[in-house]
Ligand binder design. Structure first.
Ligand code: NAD
Length: 470
C-alpha cells in the first residue's frame, strides 16, 4: 500500500541531475526531483513507439478495463497523492484543491474509459456508403503546467490511452514529483511502456518532445508564448496539436442581480486554486447600479475564507506555487495601486515570509486599461471594473487576444444568454464561472488555443479519423 513516505521515496531522485523541491507554504526542502536530459527522452519515445502496436492491438474493452484499473489504483492512493500534491504545489488538502484534484483524476479517467465512440455511418443511401473510424495516432507527447499538475496530466493521458496511443509526458519543472507519483501509481497496473514520463526543462526536454518525428500528437497546456513556440517546433512534422493556452476570463454582472446571492459563486469563480486556474474569473465588469453592493458582498465572502498551509485542514486557499508567480501578482497589484485604484481587501503581502502567500485581494474602481485588467494575473487578486453600458462591457471583454472562458451574471437567464452569445470565448458560463465536466468539451477561442478536450470531442482529438468508403 502506498504511503506519503513510500511515494516520495519512489519519485525523488537519488542520483544524477536533480532539482530541489521546496514547500511553497513554508520554504522547507521536501526532496530532490529528477531532471532528465534529451537522451533519456529519446529512449522513452523509442519505448513508447515500440509498445504502441501491442497496446493498439488490444480491444477497446481491454483498454477500458485497464483505465478502470488505473482509476482504482489512483483511488486507493488518493490520500498520499493529495498530500504530496499539497506539499509540492501548495494547494490545501481541502476545498476545491488537492483531494478534489485527485478525485478529478479518478473521474476523468473513468469518463475517458466509459465514453462510447462507435463507428459512425456517414452516408448510407443510393449515393454511396461511408463510415468513420477513429484509429490510434501513435505516440502522444503530453506537456503539462504546474497549477493543476495531476488533473491536467490526466486530461492528456487518459483519452490518449483509451484511443490506442501510448504516451510520453513531460511535467512542469516545479511540480515534477506530483506527476511522477501519479504516473507511478497508474503504472502499477498498466502494461510496461504504455505510459512514460520524462521530467526535465521545457527549453530542452519539452522542446525536443515537440520536435520529434516519432511523436504524432502534442497535447499541450500552458502559456500562450510557449504554445506559439510549439506550433513552430512541430510544423516540420505536421504534428497534430491540442493547445490549451492562457486566458484572462471576463465576467459581466448585469444590473438585475442579487449581489448577496451571487457573491460566493463569484468568489470561487475567481479564487479557485488561489487564482492559479486557466479558466478562472480574472476581470469582473459590474454594472454601476449594483457595483458598490457587489464589491461589498464579495469582500464579505473573501475576508472569511481561510488561507494558509495546505496540510492544515481548515485552509482552503494556499500560497502561490512559485516565487515568479508571486512577483507577477505583486507587480500587477502595485501598478494598480499606483494608478489610483482602490484596494478593498488584501494587497499587502509579507514579502520577507518564507512562504509564497499573497493575500486575497480585491481591487475596485480600476481603470479598464490597467495592467491588472489586461494581463493574466494567475493569482488571488481580482480587478473589479465599473461599467454603465453593457455594449461597452462586451467590447472590453472581447478586446483581448485571448478567449478561454467568460461568464454572465443575471437573474434573467434569457438576457444572460443573449450577452453570452456575443462573447468570444470557448465556454460562457451563466451565474457561475470555471466549472468543468468530463463530458462537456473544453478549450479556448482566439489565442487561448485550439482543439477541445473531454467527452466525445476529446476522444476524437487523440485519434486519426479514417473513412472506409464503398
Ligand atoms: P508554461 O507555458 O511556462 O509551461 C507549461 C509547460 O510547458 C511546462 O511543462 C514547461 O516546462 C513546458 N515548456 C516550457 N517551454 C517549452 C518549450 N519551448 N517547448 C516545450 N515545452 C515547454 O506555463 P505554466 O507557467 O506552467 O502555466 C501557466 C499558464 O498555463 C497560464 O498562462 C495558464 O493560463 C495556462 N493554463 C492553461 C490551461 C488551459 O486549459 N487552457 C490550463 C492550465 C494552465
Amino acid at each position: 500500500m502506498n504511503t506519503y513516505d513510500s511515494l516520495l521515496a519512489t519519485v525523488s531522485a537519488q542520483s544524477g541531475e536533480t532539482r530541489e523541491v521546496f514547500d511553497p507554504a513554508t520554504g522547507e526542502l521536501i526532496a530532490e526531483a529528477p531532471v532528465n536530459d534529451v537522451a533519456t527522452l529519446e529512449a522513452a519515445i523509442d519505448k513508447a513507439e515500440a509498445t504502441q502496436p501491442s497496446w493498439a492491438a488490444l480491444s477497446d474493452e481491454e483498454r477500458i478495463a485497464y483505465l478502470h484499473k488505473a482509476a482504482d489504483a489512483i483511488e486507493a492512493a488518493a490520500e498520499p497523492l493529495a498530500e504530496l500534491l499539497s506539499r509540492e504545489q501548495g494547494k490545501p488538502l481541502n476545498g476545491p484543491n488537492a483531494r478534489f484534484e485527485v478525485g478529478g483524476c479518478v473521474a476523468w479517467t473513468r469518463a475517458a474509459a466509459d465514453t462510447p465512440l462507435p463507428v459512425e455511418v456517414i452516408v448510407d443511401d443510393e449515393s454511396g456508403y461511408a463510415e468513420m473510424h477513429y484509429r490510434p495516432l501513435g505516440v502522444v507527447g503530453a506537456i503539462s503546467p504546474w497549477n493543476w499538475p495531476m488533473m491536467i496530466s490526466i486530461w492528456q493521458i487518459a483519452p490518449s490511452l483509451r484511443m490506442g496511443n501510448t504516451v510520453v509526458i513531460k511535467p512542469a519543472e516545479t511540480t515534477t514529483l506530483s506527476v511522477l507519483a501519479l504516473v507511478a501509481v497508474m503504472n502499477e497496473v498498466l502494461p510496461e511502456g504504455v505510459l512514460n514520463i520524462v521530467p526535465g526543462p521545457g527549453s530542452t526536454v519539452g522542446d525536443a518532445l515537440t520536435r520529434s518525428p516519432k511523436i504524432s500528437k502534442i497535447m499541450f497546456t500552458g502559456s500562450t508564448p510557449v504554445g506559439k513556440r510549439i506550433i513552430e517546433a512541430s510544423a516540420p512534422n505536421v504534428t497534430r496539436l491540442t493547445l490549451e493556452l492562457g486566458g484572462n476570463d471576463a465576467g459581466i454582472v448585469l444590473p438585475d442581480v442579487d449581489p448577496a446571492a451571487i457573491a460566493e459563486d463569484l468568489f470561487w469563480g475567481a479564487f479557485i486554486n488561489t487564482g492559479q486556474t486557466c479558466a478562472a474569473l480574472k476581470r469582473l465588469y459590474v454594472h454601476d447600479s449594483v457595483y458598490d453592493a457587489v464589491v461589498s458582498e464579495l469582500a464579505k465572502v473573501a475576508a472569511a475564507v481561510p488561507m494558509g498551509v495546505g496540510l492544515e485542514e481548515q485552509n482552503v486557499l494556499g500560497p502561490l506555487q512559485n516565487r515568479p508567480q508571486f512577483d507577477i501578482v505583486d507587480r500587477l497589484v502595485e501598478s494598480a495601486k499606483a494608478s489610483g485604484a482602490r484596494v478593498v481587501l488584501g494587497g499587502d503581502p509579507d514579502r520577507e515570509a518564507a512562504g509564497n502567500f499573497y493575500p486575497t485581494t480585491l481591487v475596485a474602481d480600476i481603470d479598464p486599461q490597467q495592467d491588472l485588467v489586461l494581463e493574466e494575473q494567475f493569482g488571488p487578486a481580482l480587478p473589479i471594473i465599473r461599467y454603465t453600458d453593457v455594449d461597452e462591457a462586451v467590447r472590453l471583454a472581447n478586446a483581448l487576444e485571448v478567449g478561454l472562458g467568460a461568464s454572465v451574471w443575471s437573474a434573467d437567464r434569457d438576457a444572460a444568454r443573449k450577452v453570452a452569445a456575443r462573447l468570444e470565448a470557448g465556454t460562457v458560463w451563466i451565474n457561475s464561472h470555471g466549472g468543468l465536466h468530463p463530458m462537456i468539451p473544453f478549450g479556448g477561442a482566439k489565442q487561448s488555443g485550439y482543439g477541445r478536450e473531454f467527452g466525445v470531442m476529446g476522444l476524437k482529438s487523440v485519434a486519426e479519423p479514417q473513412v472506409i468508403s464503398g
